[in-house]
Structures are given as structure tokens and as C-alpha cells.
Design a protein. Structure first.
Length: 118
């Protein structure tokens, strides 16, 4: 079993930055990939970024490329999402998730609220 806990959300002005953390416990951390997802009010959840087991491969959705960076520290069992140049449309609940097979996101954290004011 894997437990994921997000932190680092908050209120920031447009153009500002936040760093989200996803701390994992349970099974060996470097055996699963981690993704970040977000859900804005009355919108479907959307993929933001993901990182492979080793951290050697990352993916992100087009809307955050050049602004958000995903990274992981396997020694600390933590994945980070550095978010720069935040815009009001980035406002959402951000959740991290874990997958062993790259297709089924089986483990989820509770989410952290990010609010960007204009």
C-alpha cells in the first residue's frame, strides 16, 4: 500500500510561485511513477505532469510547459512540483498519484488547494 500526502498549496498573486510536495510512505518509493493532477471548480480533473521511477523522464501538459517543473528526491520519498508564473487559470485542487504500470493511477493523495489571484 502507498500513502501520499500533498503540501505547499496556498494563495498567491498572478506571476508568483509555489512549490508543491508529495510525500510518500508505504511501498518502496522508487518502484512507482508519480503524477500531478488538478481539478478546478466545475471542471474535470486534468493531468499536469508526471515523473518516472528514477526521475529520468518527465512529462507535462502543454499549458504548464516552461512554467511548471516536476522533480523527485527518492532519498526523501518526495516528489515536487515547482510552479512559476502562476495565472488565475491555474487555480485548482492539486493532487498527486502513484502508478506502477503507467496506466492505472492507483494511489491518490487528498489534494492541496492552489488559488491564484489576479
Amino acid at each position: 500500500q502507498v500513502q501520499l500526502v500533498e503540501s505547499g498549496g496556498g494563495l498567491v498573486q498572478a506571476g508568483g510561485s509555489l512549490r508543491l510536495s508529495c510525500a510518500a510512505s508505504g511501498r518502496t518509493f522508487n518502484t512507482y511513477a508519480i503524477g500531478w493532477f488538478r481539478q478546478a471548480p466545475e471542471k474535470a480533473r486534468e493531468f499536469v505532469a508526471s515523473i518516472s521511477r528514477s526521475g529520468g523522464s518527465t512529462y507535462s501538459t502543454d499549458s504548464v510547459k516552461g512554467r511548471f517543473t516536476i522533480s523527485r528526491d527518492n532519498a526523501k520519498n518526495t516528489v515536487y512540483l515547482q510552479m512559476n508564473s502562476l495565472q488565475p487559470e491555474d487555480t485548482a485542487v492539486y493532487s498527486c498519484a502513484g502508478t506502477y504500470n503507467g496506466a492505472n493511477w492507483a494511489y491518490w493523495g487528498q489534494g492541496t488547494q492552489v488559488t491564484v489571484s489576479s
